[in-house]
Design a protein around this ligand. Structure first.
Ligand code: IDP
Ligand code: MG
Length: 141
């Protein structure tokens, strides 16, 4: 059983498609074991995306990610890291397959509706960036 971090980004929250995105996960049999709505500061967005700090889009991306509320979730299921990436679709919605979340709901390559961890290591780091063990259903304590 695997866990991954999912974020519904500010563009999707402001478009009013939170429920539709959550429905996609539930329809695929993925369990949601933690969820909250928050708004990141610019500094927090910079820390979350630190891996991209040398990219030309870093400043704009972190402005966007701190521009409004987001929904952070922990998804659980078999192979859920890869499965979520598949349901999300390609980073650039122009390359995303029909039926994927980004095909349906993304605005452009930056405002692309959702985030998903890309490996077991980043999933663990990203989950603990947002959640304590008290907020993760089914975590022993
Ligand atoms: P991912 O979200 O599909 O894993 P990453 O390459 O990790 O894609 O990039 C993180 C985020 O940075 C993307 O989801 C998107 O919001 C933004 N981003 C990636 N590439 C570009 C770009 O070329 N221009 C603007 N923003 C980008
Ligand atoms: Mg990524």
């Amino acid at each position: 059983m695997e866990r991954t971090l999912s974020i519904i980004k500010p563009d999707a929250v402001s478009k009013g498609v939170m429920g539709k995105i959550i429905d996609r996960f539930e329809s695929e049999g993925i369990r949601i074991v933690a969820m909250k709505m928050i708004r990141l500061t610019k500094k927090e967005a910079q820390a979350f995306y630190a891996v991209h700090r040398d990219k030309p889009f870093y400043d704009s991306l972190t402005d966007f990610m701190s521009s409004g509320p987001i929904v952070v979730m922990v998804l659980e299921g078999e192979n859920v890291i890869a499965k979520n990436r598949e349901i999300m679709g390609a980073t650039n919605p122009k390359d995303a397959k029909p039926g994927t979340i980004r095909y349906e709901f993304a605005t452009d390559v930056e405002k692309n509706a959702v985030h998903g961890s890309d490996s077991p290591q980043t999933a663990m780091e990203e989950i603990s960036f947002f959640f304590s063990k008290y907020e993760l259903i089914g975590t022993e304590r």
